[in-house]
Design a protein around this ligand. Sequence first.
Ligand code: GLC
Length: 551
Amino acid sequence: MDYKKDVIYQIYPKSFQSTTGKPTGDLRGVIKHIPYLKKLGIKMVWFNPFFTSPQKDNGYDIADFRAIDPIYGTMDDYMAMAKALRDNGIELMLDMVFNHTSTEHIWFQKALAGDKKYQDYYILRPGKPDGSLPTNWESKFGGPAWNKFGDTDLYYLCLYDKTQADLDWRNPDVRAELSDIVNFWMTKGVTGFRFDVINVIGKDEILVDAPPETESKKLYTDKPIVHTYLKELNQHSFGQDPEIVTVGEMSSTTIENCIEYTNPDNHELTMVFNFHHLKVDYENGQKWTKIPFDFSALKNILFDWQVDITAGNGWNALFWNCHDQPRALNRFGSPDKYRVESAKMLAAALHLLRGTPYIYMGEEIGMVDPDYSSLSQYDDIETLNAYKELTVSGLKETEVMDIIRTKSRDNARIPMPWDDSEFGSFSTVTPWLTNPKTKDINVKKELESGSIFKFYQQLIQLRHDLDVISDGDITPYSRDHDQVFAYIRRLGTDRLLVLNNFYEKETEIEIPKEFVDDSRILLANYDISKNDIKTSYTLKAYETLALYVSE
Ligand code: GLC
């Protein structure tokens, strides 16, 4: 795969296709839909973890990095799936969850049984003399980041769930184990790796309390040593094959660090996911709140990352959706009235930027949040913890549910609807999460009469065909416009102007003369012709328009 010209598709295996009569998806199910993936035109699939796991955090709590969890199938099923994908020109990207293991992992179990070697794999510390926890750090899923280590006086660090114990990357044996795992999967036909929360692996030897008013994540995020660890991992594993593509998931990161992570001279990673643009609907930076998104912040973040990463010769992963985020269509678009227009506008706004676009399953058919009405419909551990915390904080039940409905990660995790039958042909029994939207939004209907999927096909093809999209530089256009996100891409004499109205209300924008006179319409989500392109242009509800000049 060419990371500048090709597009990656994300499959959440638990919700893609069940072939076994179970309520969850499996690897054989993926094989069934290879023609669909091929038709879309993507070149690589990133799979969320399908390794052996107690599934406390849906597979991000790994008990065996080299084995397939029985709910997804067997190693033979994996080999069959990998072969079928590769035979169809689709490569595989696997999710390496290397910050932590499940407490059911044999390493943790041996550590608990008293094996010193494996105790050194984890971050164990005594409590403070006053009996309190080793530090005041908070877990990302709520509550303290420490949990009692068996029957001892020690605690183990767990930045996520208490069943996810942080590994000690300071230990060279741990680092050697992890590069061996990458090498193992490279022998099994994997050419892409996503590294989960990889910028929090660099904890200091001496851990201290976060000072008052300081979030604890400041003490362990983007530490300089992360760059050293990544260089070493690169050298000992994926760096040996120049065809391999890597992406690091960066939590609360900075542009400067992401340039360093991805500038090819540094031999760390190919690209990074950052999440700043998906926090513009957080009140005071807090996820479990509900406010309208801040358009000007969204634009500034996207532009700053585009311009600065380009200047630093780094590389961005481009995404609106993933398994941890509610649907972008609900956040920044119009999930009901202008579902089709806004789905296309969001797609074009993102796919024509500089970076590698990722499509999260269902996005290409304009999937929306399920709008569950009761807590019992949710499964996600983070959501269930948030429900408790919000309730304790004194909010009314209706307010709590309103926030959960807007922010839960389960919004993205509902099963893929393949047709309008009861379970959308995802499964033959009630699925692990229900998808109440199946009747209206499903693959069969979209392929028969929809236009979003076709629009995605077009975007994928355009990136492949036009160097100005894959390689051009970027300049923000009309940066202060209060409704339009617009930019110009340039490469040699090729130029591309992209205009996106993020609102239902019509709005005027000036089109530069060169794009009025000499351009052609490369892409649009309304039926317009070249004669409509005037210096003063009115963008309709959620309109996107890309004008291209090539001399
Ligand atoms: C990443 C994953 C998320 C998981 C967390 C802990 O953010 O995307 O799903 O819960 O890491 O592994």
